[in-house]
Design a protein around this ligand. Structure first.
Ligand code: BES
Ligand code: ZN
Ligand code: ZN
Length: 486
């Protein structure tokens, strides 16, 4: 899809003109001089209360102008305006028009949205993706917008253009992330992810190193190796590097391409959803791609810890004791708590790279879904300034995070009777924090570290406004905002 910023022009030809309107504010002056017919029609719609401007409300009017249709989209109350609201409503309008098979649309940007052009671009792009790659029948696919123009007053063109380009590129990377995430486990093994990472790195000028099973053995990555023991698919560790200034900021992602639970087998209901257990690693892949595309100044490293988790005669068993890369011993009490094992070695490895900070992303615990649902990721860590930055990046990007404590007392929960740590916490207590407490043992003392539990936000089983069901690509916008804001 092509997106372009152009000066407001009442002869601008397109299949549909989109006009965002606030609740009970009537037709803005910006529209009135634009075209008397449009403002008349809109004023009537308001008068007859067919349309009030309520959040997400849509009305489509036929027009006899350079555009054939006019779509008014309700923005809700003006005082509630946020980038989130803009992203969502832009998505709703986009979906509506693609269902009407419109190809070329134009946004008449309300002046109040001048600072939200990035979110408009993001909303449009994010709404344009759905996972229909494996549908062979054309009819079931929806129409696709081919061109979106954003019309603004002349003086706003330069900055709007910059924001639209940034938001568009970022959301396109997020969509690519969603596409990889939506692939099922038979199409996306650890090795397949490594191949995709290698190709992406090559086309974007990133350095990429892939460590296979025998290298991981030499590197004493026994925790990651133990997770893949039950599968015919070997584990892979991918390291991506974006050149830039300063000590590296390192992102570490849990990449379990399928989590059956292993010998501690999960119930079969909804087990298909565990193809999304690679979401952390795939988000890291997206952040590295975005860092290259958006020319982020900071040096960034991405580490993807990839494995399947399956039961078999060779699988690891409850009670097994292993030694991780940093020399600590782990008692595996539940083979379904595999993400923290895969991350343990990856975090220890990251700690050796003299980083500025480490942030890991993982669909780590069902407990996090219980605590926060699908509205926010759980945030824990050791460094208050880093956590505060992530909270503010969450507000700006609309990818919300919520802090949970990581008090020293919680570290007791993962102490083992027979080894240094065990991979489960106290029964039925603070499961998400127990996961973070375990990870804490593998991050070198003194390194600012944050852990994001994205179990509830990595995918959605319902279509959200402007976001089709499936993988969400959560983390890409959040972490690019973290890097951008310095
Ligand atoms: N991948 C799961 C966590 C998960 C569950 C994510 C549901 C999204 C939805 C993880 O590997 C897991 O199974 N964790 C266990 C840990 C427990 C055994 C300590 C869990 O949350 O039950
Ligand atoms: Zn698991
Ligand atoms: Zn898992």
């Amino acid at each position: 899809m092509k997106m372009a910023v152009q000066p407001v022009d009442h002869k601008h030809a397109c299949d549909a003109l989109i006009v965002p309107l606030f609740e009970n504010e009537g037709v803005p002056v910006f529209v009135k001089p634009f075209d008397s017919q449009v403002s008349g029609q809109l004023a009537n719609a308001f008068k007859e209360e067919e349309f009030t401007g309520k959040k997400g409300q849509v009305i489509v009017l036929r027009c006899d102008a350079a555009w054939k249709r006019l779509l008014a989209i309700g923005m809700g109350k003006k005082k509630e305006l946020s980038s989130d609201r803009v992203r969502e409503t832009a998505g709703i309008a986009t979906l509506h028009l693609s269902r009407l098979k419109r190809k070329h649309v134009a946004w008449l940007l309300h002046p109040a949205l001048a600072n939200h052009a990035q979110a408009v671009a993001e909303g449009v792009e994010l709404a344009s993706y759905r996972f229909d790659k494996y549908r062979t029948s054309q009819e079931e696919k929806e129409g696709q917008l081919e061109r979106v123009d954003v019309l603004v007053e002349k003086r706003d063109i330069a900055r709007t253009d910059k924001a639209v380009r940034f938001g568009g590129a970022l959301a396109r990377v997020q969509n690519e992330t969603r596409a990889v995430l939506n692939e099922p486990a038979n199409q996306m093994t650890p090795m397949n992810v490594a191949d995709i990472a290698g190709k992406m790195a090559k086309s974007h000028g990133l350095k990429c190193t892939v460590y296979g099973k025998s290298e991981l053995q030499k590197m004493r990555m026994n925790a990651l190796l133990s997770v893949s023991q039950g599968s015919v698919q070997p584990p892979v560790l991918v390291v991506l590097e974006h050149a830039g200034a300063g000590k590296p900021v390192i992102f570490v992602g849990k990449g379990i391409t399928f989590d059956s639970g292993g010998i501690s087998l999960k119930p079969s209901k909804d087990m298909d959803q565990m193809k999304f257990d690679k979401a952390g690693a795939i988000a890291v892949l997206g952040v590295l791609q975005a860092s290259a595309e958006l020319k982020i100044k900071q040096r960034v490293i991405g580490i993807l810890a990839l494995s399947e988790n399956l039961p078999s005669g060779s699988a690891s068993k409850p009670g097994d004791i292993i030694t991780a890369r940093n020399g600590k011993t782990i008692e595996i009490l539940n083979t379904d708590a595999e993400g923290r094992l895969a991350l343990a070695d990856a975090l220890a490895f990251a700690s050796e790279m003299n980083p500025k900070a480490i942030v890991d992303l993982a669909t780590l615990t069902g407990a996090c879904v219980v605590a926060l649902g699908d509205l926010a990721a759980g945030l824990m860590g050791t460094d208050d300034p880093l956590l505060t930055k992530l909270e503010s990046a969450g507000r700006v990007s609309g990818e919300r995070v919520w802090r949970l404590p990581l008090w020293p007392e919680y570290l007791e929960h993962v102490k083992s009777d027979v080894a240094d740590v065990k991979n489960v916490g106290a029964n039925g207590a603070a499961g998400t924090i127990a996961g973070a407490s375990f990870l804490h043992a593998f991050v070198k003392e003194g390194i600012p570290w944050a852990h994001l539990d994205i179990a509830g936000v990595a995918w959605t089983t319902r279509d959200k406004p402007g976001l089709a069901k499936g993988g969400t690509g959560f983390g890409v916008r959040l972490l690019v905002e973290l890097l951008r804001s310095g």
